[in-house]
Every structure is written in structure tokens, then in C-alpha cells.
Design a protein around this ligand. Structure first.
Ligand code: IFM
Length: 446
């Protein structure tokens, strides 16, 4: 089981960045320690029926205590970079003051990464909004965008000297649509119109934070990470083609178009004008800040069909036989190449990092080994899909496997494992899976 790329692949040049990624709430644990305040995910986990098996982030991977060992693990893989997130509720108290112990934790972590010559990609918001801000409306409240600006300033001042690449937000689609539209993520609201307003406020917060990062950290890169899916027509009906375009508009272009063109997509204005948020004068110019890079998180594709009664698209499984991962997501690496090429045609893209890609597999630890053959194939085919996009002209600068290690998979709790490293949650022992060895061998072969 190995990962291989054409010998002349641009991915094998040392200028291409390979990394692994995690997020604070998913790995840290220690959510009531050293001054960390409650986040919306603590509250959501404590609400019966929201997270599978009632799992929560109290311990997670205990990274808050095992961070040194985890950095050794990252180093041992031979990666160039580590993508992590900072927990807003750990860095700032309810009054907006710095939490010295929270700052010390991230400072030590980042310092040690730099001492190990590992590039630091730091996300400011990976979904753990302080609960007290949710009580004032969360991302439905425009003021939250200005609170985010204050938090950004604190993080940049206190930690900026160790950060190579800043990300304002990870996956605004998940924050707004899963959190405020579908109720699957914290805070668990179900209102499509409000969800789009939340999305607008997240984009506004991004735009407000960018100049702060550029001013305080002029030598760092700064940008945002979007998750996207390619949507195919579910069948040969003309309306299915329209449904697929509409699905991509709602999932992808609703977020990328304001960032790069300063507007929301026309197809949404035409088909569902109620989903266009309330925009104050100047908002779109704030959102359309120049970004140094765009992060793209890619996992799967969709198949869309128009539902005339509902007057909207519905998402179906593929009509042909395809392979799925343990979380039920179709494996379709060609769709990644296709999406990248389409984006390249539709926009003037900044350099791209693939900031997340990976598979949840039904991993079994047997005598210390995990033979995660599906994940190795997944990584292999997706890295080759990225190779194809680069050779066709897309500027892609790096790739991060999701995830360094198994962790708290949000509403799925600990039932889904995305890690290259297996975590035994009873003992907190980490064991390299076959995919970790294959990924590491690829990197060491450069
Ligand atoms: O685990 C998540 C991550 O937090 C954000 N992107 C998708 C991953 C898999 O669902």
C-alpha cells in the first residue's frame, strides 16, 4: 500500500507544502481548565440528542496535555507544516480580556513547532464560538463580526510572531448552513434564511479581520478556508443540470463569489431571493479584501435533482455503483480536478492550498496495526487529482491531510475516524496507521 505520483510531479518539489491538520475543539479536551470559557459546542454536546452517543469534547485526544508528544508525532511524519486552530474561548474571557494561560498554551505549542522547523498554519475560527456571544445572537448578530475583529487583534498581537499562515475562518458553510440552517451543528438552529444571514456576518468578520492580520503580521500570509463539493446532475433531465448548478451556487459560490467578486450569485437572486442576506452599505467591499491564498477543503461530490414541489434541489446518491467511506461520502477524486478547473475558469484565483482532504474509514487496531487500505487509496487518488489540476494550470501550493489523528467528529462524536494516526480513547495511545506510513514515505521520498 503506497502513495505515488508521477516522478516529475510538481507536488514532489520542495516548494510544495505537505501537512496534516486538526482543530482545537476536536483534539484539545481540557475544556474547563485554565480559564477556558464555554463554547457553543460544549453547550451543543450537553444537549441530549445532538451528538451521537452523547460524546463531547471534555477529553477528546487530550492534546492540551499531550501536545509535546503530538508535535514529536507530527515531526516524525516528515511533514512541512501543521494546520491547527486556536480556541477563541481559551484565548479571551467574557469581558474580552486575554486569558494568560490560554495564550501560554498556544505560544508554547507554536514555539515548539517553529523550533522543529514545522510551518504553522493557524485558523482563528474552527467553529467554537464563545457561548456568551451565542446568547446575544451568535452569527445572526452583526456585532459578533466586530467581536471577532477584537479576538483577531489579540491573537495576532500575542501569537503572530510564530504564525506563517493565518486563516480567518474554516468552512463558513458549515458554521452558517449546518449550524443555523440544518441544525446539525451548534448552535442547532433550523432556518434557511437566517443561515444565509449568519453566513454574511461570517464573511463580514473575515473582511474585518484581514487588515488587522496584514497590519500586525505583515510577513505572514492570510486568507480563508472554504469547503466545496462538485455537484453533478443526478440524471439526464434538463432540470437536473439546473439543480446541480444551483447546488453549487448555494454551497460554493455563495461564499467564494463575495470574497473574490464582491457579490452574491445571480442564480440565487433569481431562484430564491429570500436567501440573499441583508447587506449594509460597504459590506461587500469589506468582504472582498485581497487574500494571499484560498484554502479548499474537499471530500466528496453530490448528485442533484430539481424538486418542483419544493422548488429547490434535492441531493441524491449516485445512480451508478460507486465507493463510499465510512461516513457515507462518495469517493470521486476526478470531481476534485474538475471543480478546481472550473473555479480556475470562473474566478481569478489566488494561490490555492488544499487545506483538508481525507477519509473516515472503519479502522480496526489489530496487534498495534491499522490496515486502512481504503484511506491509502483515497489519498493516492486525490493527490493524483491535484497533480492533474496543477498540470492543467491551477496554482496549488500545498496539501493537508485531514486529519493528523482520529478525533471528535462533531455530530458523529468519536464514531468516525479520519486520522492518519489511530487514537485509543481509553488509553490515549497513538498508533500510526498504514496511511500515516504511506504518507510519510511519499514525503520522505522527495
Ligand atoms: O472534521 C471535519 C473538520 O472539522 C472540518 N472539515 C471536515 C472534517 C470532516 O468532517
Amino acid at each position: 500500500m503506497s502513495i505515488s505520483l508521477p516522478s516529475n510531479s510538481p507536488l514532489l518539489k520542495t516548494s510544495f507544502t505537505f501537512g496534516v491538520a486538526t482543530a482545537a475543539f476536536q483534539i484539545e479536551g481540557a475544556n474547563q481548565l485554565d480559564g477556558r470559557i464555554e463554547s457553543i459546542w460544549d453547550r451543543f454536546c450537553a444537549t441530549p440528542g445532538k451528538v451521537l452517543n452523547g460524546d463531547d469534547g471534555t477529553i477528546a485526544c487530550d492534546h492540551y496535555h499531550k501536545w509535546q508528544e503530538d508535535i514529536d508525532l507530527i515531526k516524525s511524519l516528515g511533514v512541512d507544516a501543521y494546520r491547527l486552530s486556536i480556541a477563541w474561548p481559551r484565548l479571551m474571557d467574557e469581558e474580552g480580556n486575554a486569558n494568560p494561560k490560554g495564550i501560554a498554551f498556544y505560544r508554547n505549542l507554536l514555539e515548539r513547532l517553529k523550533a522543529n522547523e514545522i510551518k504553522t498554519f493557524v485558523t482563528l475560527y474552527h467553529w467554537d464560538l464563545p457561548q456568551h456571544l451565542e446568547e446575544k445572537g451568535g452569527w445572526l448578530n452583526r456585532e459578533t463580526a466586530y467581536k471577532f475583529k477584537e479576538y483577531t487583534q489579540l491573537a495576532a498581537e500575542e501569537l503572530g510572531q510564530w504564525v506563517d499562515v493565518w486563516t480567518t475562518f474554516n468552512e463558513p458553510w458549515c458554521t452558517s448552513i449546518l449550524g443555523y440552517g440544518e441544525g446539525i451543528h451548534a448552535p442547532g438552529l433550523k432556518d434557511d434564511v437566517k443561515a444565509r444571514q449568519a453566513g454574511h456576518h461570517v464573511l463580514l468578520a473575515h473582511g474585518l479581520a484581514m487588515p488587522i492580520l496584514k497590519r500586525i503580521c505583515p510577513n505572514a500570509q492570510a486568507g480563508i478556508v472554504l469547503n466545496m463539493s462538485k455537484a453533478f446532475p443526478a440524471d439526464s433531465e434538463a432540470s437536473s443540470k439546473m439543480a446541480s448548478l444551483y447546488a453549487e451556487a448555494l454551497d460554493n459560490h455563495f461564499f467564494i463569489e463575495p470574497l473574490l467578486k464582491g457579490q452574491y450569485p445571480d442564480i440565487i437572486k433569481a431562484l430564491s431571493p429570500e436567501l440573499i442576506p441583508q447587506i449594509k452599505e460597504g459590506d461587500m467591499a469589506i468582504i472582498k479584501q485581497p487574500i494571499d491564498y484560498l484554502g479548499l477543503n474537499y471530500y466528496t461530490c453530490n448528485h442533484a435533482k430539481w424538486h418542483s414541489e419544493l422548488k429547490r434541489q434535492t441531493i441524491l446518491k449516485s445512480a451508478t455503483e460507486v465507493e463510499y467511506t465510512h461516513i457515507g461520502w462518495e469517493i470521486n477524486p476526478e470531481s476534485l480536478t474538475q471543480l478546481l478547473l472550473e473555479l480556475h475558469q470562473q474566478y481569478t484565483l489566488p494561490p490555492i492550498y488544499i487545506t483538508e482532504n481525507g477519509a473516515a474509514c472503519d479502522d480496526k487496531l489489530i496487534e498495534g496495526e491499522v490496515h486502512d487500505e481504503q484511506r491509502v487509496r483515497y489519498l493516492n487518488t486525490h493527490l493524483n487529482a491535484i497533480h492533474n489540476a496543477i498540470t492543467a494550470g491551477v496554482d496549488i501550493q500545498g496539501y493537508f491531510a485531514w486529519s493528523l489523528m482520529d478525533n471528535f467528529e462533531w455530530a458523529e462524536g468519536y464514531s468516525k475516524r479520519f486520522g492518519l494516526v489511530y487514537v485509543d480513547y481509553e488509553t490515549q495511545k497513538r498508533s500510526l496507521k498504514a496511511s500515516a506510513k504511506a504518507y510519510s514515505n511519499l514525503l520522505l521520498s522527495r
